[in-house]
Design a binder for this molecule. Structure first.
Ligand code: ADP
Ligand code: MG
Length: 290
């Protein structure tokens, strides 16, 4: 499908219709529908067991789906030429394929040869994942989080058109997560479409243009984080007064009069909207925590 953003033509780079996946008799994805626009960062959010990894494995051609249509680059997934497809996408899943006995640098060098990429690119991707100073270290000696960052560096090497990330920061501390977000934003600005799964709502709010909430194999909501927060905000505003008191008032005419009074009396310190976080919305919608 093609849509317009202003005058700009935006095409769907991933189109998923009525996607169903069953393992034996167990249905883990039920009639899932969504599309990702070229240039978007799209987040697939859901608790453990909701079907995130299954979806990413289907989209990256590691797993066959049971029913429905999956089109990527306007072509059915089952008709992609495997080699061409792998050159156009980058994948980070749990089954990391690093050579444990080689250094970080040599691991990446190997993939440069495989993908036909200039080795100058190695320094750039190591900077993006904050591992430039560790490049001579053998992979075996790395922590889980560092291995995750090397795998991410490898997925970025060939500047893929679409980057698929399955819980990219699950083993990382907040500082390294922030560093990765900056790297992903840069890559996205350079034109890479990003599809990521996460159970971390802050991560989703930080980097995603749109998010889908997955629960028990079904999409429950799909929109921009901002629209979701507005849609679920209850129309209340919080005021903080000089006395330290925090008041919650209705976002209506009477509320406006109250705010105006506090301003006139110079008692008002700050005003906050009472928008729920994505995590709050998920709990409200599904009754379960992430
Ligand atoms: P998530 O990544 O959101 O945690 P998954 O996609 O890994 O969820 O799993 C969704 C459901 O599918 C789970 O109930 C899981 O046990 C089941 N599942 C995943 N892979 C297999 C498999 N190979 N065989 C049988 N069941 C599976
Ligand atoms: Mg998973």
């Amino acid at each position: 499908m093609i849509t317009f953003k202003g005058d700009v033509r935006v095409e769907d780079i991933i189109e998923v219709k009525n996607l169903t996946k069953a393992f034996s008799n167990k249905v883990v994805l039920k009639d899932v529908n969504f599309s990702v626009k070229k240039g978007e960062t799209f987040g697939f959010l859901g608790p453990s067991g909701s079907g995130k990894t299954t979806t990413i494995k289907i989209l990256t051609s590691q797993l066959l789906h049971t029913k429905g249509d999956v089109h990527i680059f306007n072509k059915p997934i089952q008709k992609q030429n495997k080699y061409d497809y792998m050159k156009k996408i980058g994948v980070l899943t749990d089954n990391s394929t690093l050579y444990e006995r080689l250094t970080i640098y040599d691991n990446l060098l190997l993939y440069c040869k495989l993908y036909d990429v200039d080795k100058k690119r190695i320094n750039e991707v190591l900077t993006d994942v904050n591992l430039l100073n560790e490049q001579k270290v053998i992979v075996q000696r790395l922590s889980k989080g560092m291995k995750q960052r090397v795998t991410l560096a490898r997925a970025l090497l060939h500047k893929p058109a679409i980057l698929f990330l399955d819980e990219p920061t699950s083993a990382l501390d907040p500082v390294n997560s922030k560093h990765i977000y900056r790297g992903l934003k840069k890559l996205n600005e350079e034109g890479t479409t990003i599809f990521l799964t996460t159970h971390d709502m802050h991560e989703a709010e930080e980097i995603c243009d749109r998010v889908a909430f997955l629960h028990n194999g079904e999409i429950k909501l799909l929109d921009t984080p901002q629209n979701l927060r507005c849609q679920y905000s209850e129309g209340f505003i919080s005021l903080m007064l000089k006395s330290g008191e925090v008041l919650t008032i209705k976002n209506d005419e009477q509320g406006a009069d109250k705010i105006s009074d506090y301003i006139k009396k110079k008692e008002l310190v700050s005003i906050h909207s009472n928008e729920p976080s994505l995590g709050d919305i998920f709990v409200r919608l599904t009754g379960s925590e992430l």
